[in-house]
Design a protein around this ligand. Structure first.
Ligand SMILES: Cc1cc2nc3c(=O)[nH]c(=O)nc-3n(C[C@H](O)[C@H](O)[C@H](O)COP(=O)(O)OP(=O)(O)OC[C@H]3O[C@@H](n4cnc5c(N)ncnc54)[C@H](O)[C@@H]3O)c2cc1C
Length: 287
């Protein structure tokens, strides 16, 4: 099924874009988490959101969730791994399945993580951000997975069903329950090495070797998420209509740059949605 507009991210930008798209009668997919964004939840006191004097992040988040519910908008809890422009539609690779949309709105927030040494050099050549997507390549082979949160554990278990062995390097704390062919390795990743293809992860404790290395983080840099998109000052380049350099792809919120503010993200989400609505209407008219 192809929806009109796919919105990636459940912060104020994505929530606002989803609301406007739905009010404009478009079919939508909203990717993210049903708890919305941790950046909303974490704020202890918010003084500058119109209509909500001195609110808290938890209250704002709950108001957003109520608004989504009132419009029957459900959150698709899948982590988007890549968005491919296919001409008059987009193919969206989730961790568990593929989706299609005529237009896409990127609302994934700011990405502040620094890549490991060698990560970008070997991306697509032994380094990947999606273990479920590439699992089939690991039949009877060994894999290394670095993960920044326990939300990635399902993906690791899935990979372990196919791979002969998985070296799992969690960079977070807590109990981890994995199948017997997953070895949990302690240590801090330092760099990725290889020849034609990456095959070694150097930790501060030891070196691991395998057929390939997965790096599973909470967010993927937007220029890796949408190959070919114009990036400027570590943000997605947009025009006044929140259009990116790719036709049909719009962006809003922290991912388009500073200032990092709720109302800026929500305002841009509204503009991005209205632009996506016109784009979709145009495509339909010309069919
Ligand atoms: C502690 C704290 C206090 C703050 N206080 C204020 C304040 O008082 N006033 C103010 O205006 N601003 C404040 N901010 C800034 C504000 O949080 C951000 O500007 C705002 O949340 C940005 O919204 P966004 O929609 O762009 O992205 P975010 O809120 O960052 O949300 C992005 C969402 O996208 C999801 N996502 C990312 N990648 C993917 C993917 N590949 N697939 C699926 N989902 C994905 C993430 O999980 C996340 O839920 C504060 C921030 C913090 C951290």
């Amino acid at each position: 099924v192809r929806v009109d507009i796919a919105i990636i991210g459940t912060g104020p930008g994505g929530v606002s874009a989803a609301i406007t798209s739905k009010v404009r009668n478009k079919s939508i997919l909203l990717f993210g988490e049903s708890t919305l964004s941790s950046k909303i939840e974490k704020a202890s006191s918010i003084l500058n959101y119109p209509g909500m004097p001195n609110t808290s992040g938890a209250s704002l988040s709950s108001a957003f969730r109520e608004h989504l519910q009132a419009l029957d908008i459900i959150v698709t809890e899948d982590k988007v791994k890549a968005v491919y422009a296919m001409g008059d539609y987009f193919s969206i690779q989730g961790a568990s399945q593929m989706y299609e949309a005529t237009s896409v709105i990127i609302a994934t927030g700011a990405n502040v993580t620094k890549p490991y040494e060698g990560e970008l050099e070997f991306l697509g050549r032994g380094v990947s951000y999606c273990a479920t997507c590439d699992a089939a390549l690991y039949k009877d082979r060994e894999a290394i997975v670095v993960a920044t949160s326990n939300k990635e554990e399902d993906e690791v278990r899935f990979l372990a069903e196919v791979a002969s062995k998985v070296y799992y390097v969690p960079t977070y704390k807590g109990e981890i329950d994995m199948p017997p062919n997953v070895e949990i390795v302690e240590g801090k990743p330092q760099k990725i090495l290889g020849q034609l293809k990456a095959d070694t992860l150097v930790l501060d404790t030891k070196e691991l070797k395998a057929f390939g290395i997965f790096i599973l983080r909470e967010s993927i840099a937007a220029d890796k998420l949408v190959p070919g998109i114009k990036f400027e000052n570590n943000s997605i380049w947009v025009d006044k209509n929140m259009a990116t350099s790719i036709a049909g792809c719009f962006a809003c919120g922290d991912v388009t740059g500073k200032p990092y503010q709720y109302i800026k993200a929500a305002g841009e989400g509204n503009v991005a949605a209205l632009s996506a609505v016109s784009y979709v209407d145009n495509i339909k008219r010309n069919k």
